[in-house]
Design a binder for this molecule. Structure first.
Ligand code: IMP
Ligand code: MG
Length: 190
């Protein structure tokens, strides 16, 4: 268990409050892993993490999957250092594995507008995998602008800026063991 789990944290001059505790995250991620285990029984899926944000979720999720599976990564950037998406996605790294005829599970930290997911889906589908599904720890349903079917969702959250457990604010805060929400946005209606 990490000892780095305060109730509130300061990050780049802003205050964030716990939204999901380490226990809540662990319990939900175990459920997602079990579900994937059952759905992919007899197969050998390849989990593709979307860097940077998904690396901690992927590492924990994978250890709840008991069937043989592989791992690879895409690296995208879209947010820059801001709290709202720049609206532009850039691919920084492609997957190394040949995913043609493979069962692909793409692992995201969060689906916000869906722009990144949509962008990746276009690239992945051209490679003719046997199947593609998505697993995301968090999803902001009301922020969705680009549709992608997400089969496995950890938690749906309001359109609020969150931090920790892989998610950053201007590259800080990824090392927090819990998911935090920007306190000044808590009374915001979406
Ligand atoms: P989308 O393309 O708008 O769906 O945004 C996807 C990416 O933006 C996620 O994979 C995150 O890396 C980042 N992102 C979206 N919302 C947040 C947030 O609340 N905090 C930190 N990063 C976020
Ligand atoms: Mg991400």
């Amino acid at each position: 268990m990490s000892i780095f789990k305060p109730e509130t944290v300061e990050c780049n001059g802003e205050t964030f409050r716990v939204l999901f505790s380490q226990d809540e995250l662990a319990q939900r991620i175990a459920e997602l892993g079990k579900q994937i285990d059952e759905d992919y029984a007899g197969k050998r899926p390849i989990l593709i993490g979307v860097l940077n944000g998904a690396f901690i979720f992927l590492a924990d999720l994978m250890r709840h999957i008991s069937i043989p599976c592989e791992v690879d990564f895409y690296k995208l950037s879209s947010y820059g250092d801001a709290k709202v998406s720049s609206g532009k996605v850039q691919q920084r790294k492609d997957v190394d594995a040949d995913i043609t005829d493979r069962h692909v599970i793409i692992v995201e930290d969060i689906i916000d507008s869906g722009l990144s997911a949509n962008y990746i889906m276009n690239i992945v589908e051209k490679k003719k995998p046997a199947s593609v599904e998505w697993v995301t720890l968090l999803k902001k349903p009301k922020a969705l602008k680009y549709h992608v079917d997400i089969k496995y969702v950890g938690f749906e959250i309001p359109t609020l800026f969150v931090l920790g457990y892989g998610l950053d604010y201007a590259q800080e805060g990824r090392n927090l063991a819990q998911v935090y929400v920007l306190e000044s946005e808590l009374d915001k209606k979406d």
